[in-house]
Design a protein around this ligand. Sequence first.
Ligand code: AMP
Length: 303
Amino acid sequence: MGILVIGSMALDTVETPFGKLEEGLGGSATHFSVSASYYTPVSIVAIVGDDFPQKHISFLQQRNIDVSGIQRVPGKTFRWAGKYDYDLNNAQTLKTELNVFEAFKPEVSVAQAKPDFLFLANIDPVLQKNVIGQVKRPKLIALDTMNFWIQGKRDALVEVMKEIDLITINEGEARLLTKQSNLLKAARQIREMGPKTIVIKQGEYGALLFHEHHIFSAPGLPLEDVKDPTGAGDSFAGGFMGYLAKVGEVNIDTLKQAVIYGSVMASYNVEAFSCERLKNLTEEDIRNRYKAFRSLSQFESSY
Ligand code: AMP
């Protein structure tokens, strides 16, 4: 099996200077799995309420995502509302309603219990840890989180971080977690907390990878048409993990390429609200943008 992901499935209300989305398809597990589905089979563990539109589940199925681990229970689906100003790098959270997530007990089925790769998408770290306990040790466990959990469930987050191999985190969250403004020092401190590989996302400016003694920097692709950055981090993680799962090997060379595939998927995601832009990408779209990333920072060396 490819990737097992646990994370949020949400109805998002998002306002940016370029438009508004009311209760659209969102959630960390959703954005992640749609993105990763371009590379590898994905299976979701999550929960939705009885108000969650069936058409969203059908869309995930059309992308060949295994939805058998999504529990549908009486109650309201998780809801998040956020706003961005002209600086699209920072979301302002207006509302976080956990709803059915408050009583969620993840259940990993026998068929899902031996994933090659496990992604603990942004959700309560207690749930993230619970899922680790239900699977046979995968090749790689990666985790994402956000300020809401860093501030609200720090101890649980520190606990689960001891068990993971890799973390994707944005620069503001890395600083919040470590209380370090310098990213090199922050990455070092995060490594001491557990994960030996760290990806620091820098919004429109790209991403930094720290692995063993290597540091790799991917640029942000200058884009003309950015509408909504929501889900960029999860789409990044989807392309990143999807590529690693596809090649099946984790080393500095595959990690560097994974950062670029992650950046490709994030760059498409921000061009429209919700998952709209990631609905129908072609292999050619992915290839073209991969090449654009490559040429952006390639230059002749005189040394
Ligand atoms: P990002 O990739 O960081 O932009 O993540 C965006 C997604 O995270 C949105 O679709 C939200 O539904 C989801 N989200 C926001 N807050 C939380 C939270 N506290 N826990 C889990 N998911 C969240």
